[in-house]
Design a protein around this ligand. Structure first.
Ligand code: HEM
Length: 521
């Protein structure tokens, strides 16, 4: 029996060592994300043993003198006990919170790396959906956890959530009563605790699904590896040990942060109080874009209709953020539809070779960045001694004007880089060596590109589809739109090199008696 088990292990390891993978930014970040989740699960389970998810009021009689005799919730009281009276409690709490801050950062970088390298194209579109779902779930987990200590900071955040929920037309009051379980703060701690424990289960399920999906579709190939013909490294033991090392380093950093960097000092903030708001209250960084969206709506955006007040101050931000998430989710499908792309892609792309996608990505990141920046508008205003209104006005203008400008600029830069690649592919690298010829002219010596670099520089991007009429020669509205968008994508490519590459050292004429500037290969 034991021998059979050992044989199975050996077979599995042999199978793993047959598989080869490439190390990409996305795979490195996936290890960081998974490690954060492990740290969150371990520290979270330890916290559960002491934390009391209850909003019932008690009198604080712990070791922290300034709060002696204060009426606090049981939740706040237990977090004070974890922080100041439980051996290792503060370390565990802070490591939990730091992991919760790093996880969305690593996920966002994973989304960016996947987006800009086209890692979401067929057959990995489902992988992209899992990544977006993971991002949303992590935001939900972080938000629900942030509120659990029931301190002044979390109370302020919850007051905003209640205001937003109430402002949703028609269903707002009902939704607020359902979420809070009555008048503020109601039973919100109890409700959020249930959410906070359920969401990590979904996160784990999505992580497992993503791993299975990755196993089935196989690894992506970085464009440089494809150009050099590299087959990557063995999954076992090479890649597995590297991942283990990265995971150990991430854990060490999180534990060190937990030990050395104070985060959410609840004793200094004090217990939540529905009648008060802490000055300079900030959400955790990853929720900033939602808070910022609320701040950017011009004042007075509301109307009376059907006997009710419709507040756009909440509806518009909800719509903008909702539209942003929908765009993030459907982009891969939209791009493959526009491009008429029905083939599988395993080799990643250089962002410059997909100028429209890169432009869209930068524009989308700018929208997120502006919303995020708006969450700190009050801090910016006080630190830089400018008025809050002027900071908001600048951000409002940037939100409207910025994305198209960012798109155009990025596209131009990508095209410029493609032209530079083409130039190098044709003429080779400049060496800075100017040689005088027998005729008295001067030429610059150009070093040839090696075959692998040549392949990298001349990778031909997939062209866009052309509009096609049906059998009766009609062009449907869908096809017309597709053709229009497709032509925009097609404009984004510099024609690749036609002729053979430079294979021998070449010279480029830089000066000639008479002043002409010609080149020769
Ligand atoms: C098995 C998984 C998890 C368990 C059992 C768990 C449990 C807990 C408990 C009991 C608390 C309240 C204690 C306290 O605030 O000190 C807490 C707080 C928190 N949790 Fe989790 N959690 C888990 C996963 C997560 C995840 C995935 C995230 C976010 C990505 C997260 C973010 C937070 C945050 C931000 C806090 C507030 C920490 C603080 O007090 O400073 N948790 N968690």
């Amino acid at each position: 029996m034991r021998k059979q088990g050992r044989d199975r292990w050996r077979e599995l390891l042999a199978d793993l060592s047959q598989r080869r993978v490439h190390l990409t930014w996305a795979s490195l970040l996936a290890v960081v994300t998974a490690t954060c989740m492990m740290v969150l699960a371990v520290t979270g389970i330890l916290l559960v043993t002491v934390y009391q998810p209850s909003s019932a009021l008690v009198t604080y009689d712990g070791v922290y003198g300034p709060l002696a005799g204060a009426r606090v919730s049981e939740a706040f009281d237990s977090v004070m006990t974890i922080s100041l009276e439980t051996a290792g409690g503060l370390l565990v709490r802070q490591a939990h919170h730091w992991a919760a801050l790093v996880m969305p950062a690593s996920l966002i970088m994973q989304l960016l790396a996947t987006f800009f390298s086209g890692g979401f194209r067929r057959p990995r579109q489902a992988g992209w959906l899992l990544l977006v779902a993971l991002f949303v779930l992590v935001l939900l987990a972080g938000w629900s956890g942030y509120a659990l200590p029931d301190d002044m900071l979390s109370g302020t955040g919850l007051r905003i959530v209640q205001g937003v929920t109430l402002a949703i037309p028609v269903v707002g009051s009902w939704a607020s009563m359902w979420l809070f379980g009555g008048e503020f703060p109601g039973k919100i701690i109890e409700h959020l605790y249930a959410i906070h424990l359920l969401v990590p289960v979904s996160i784990t399920a999505v992580l497992v699904a993503a791993a299975v999906f990755w196993w089935r579709t196989g690894p992506t190939v970085p464009v440089r590896a494809a150009a050099t013909g590299s087959t990557g490294i063995r999954l076992w033991p090479d890649a597995a040990l590297k991942a283990l090392g990265m995971s150990a380093m991430t854990t060490a950093v999180l534990v060190l942060l937990g030990a050395l960097a104070t985060i959410t000092p609840v004793w200094a903030y004090g217990p939540s109080d529905p009648g008060n708001v802490g000055a300079g209250s900030q959400p955790d960084w990853y929720m900033g874009f939602l808070d910022g969206a609320l701040r950017l709506v011009p004042s007075g955006w509301e109307t009376e209709w059907l006997g009710a007040t419709w507040t756009f101050a909440v509806l518009v931000p909800l719509l903008v953020v909702g539209a942003w998430f929908v765009a993030l989710t459907v982009y891969p499908f939209l791009e493959s539809w526009v491009m008429g792309d029905a083939v599988d892609h395993h080799v990643l792309e250089r962002p410059r070779n997909a100028p429209v996608r890169t432009g869209v990505g930068v524009a989308g990141a700018l929208v997120y960045g502006v919303l995020w920046g708006a969450a700190s508008a009050d801090i910016v205003a006080t630190r830089f001694h400018v008025s809050f209104e002027s900071v908001i006005t600048v951000l409002q203008v940037t939100l409207v004007v910025g994305p198209p400008v960012a798109f155009g600029l990025t596209r131009r830069i990508a095209l410029g880089l493609q032209r530079k690649d083409r130039e190098i592919a044709i003429h080779g690298h400049e060496t800075g060596r100017i040689v005088r010829t027998l005729e008295g002219g001067y030429v610059e010596i150009h070093a040839p590109v090696d075959p692998a670099e040549g392949r990298l520089l001349t990778t031909v991007p997939v062209g866009a589809v052309h509009t096609r009429t049906d059998q009766e020669g009609r062009l449907s509205a869908g096809r017309r739109l597709r053709g229009l968008l497709g032509s925009r994508f097609a404009e984004g490519y510099v024609r690749p090199v036609d002729g053979p590459l430079v294979t021998a050292t070449s010279a480029r004429r830089v000066a000639w008696p008479g002043g002409s500037r010609q080149s020769r290969r």
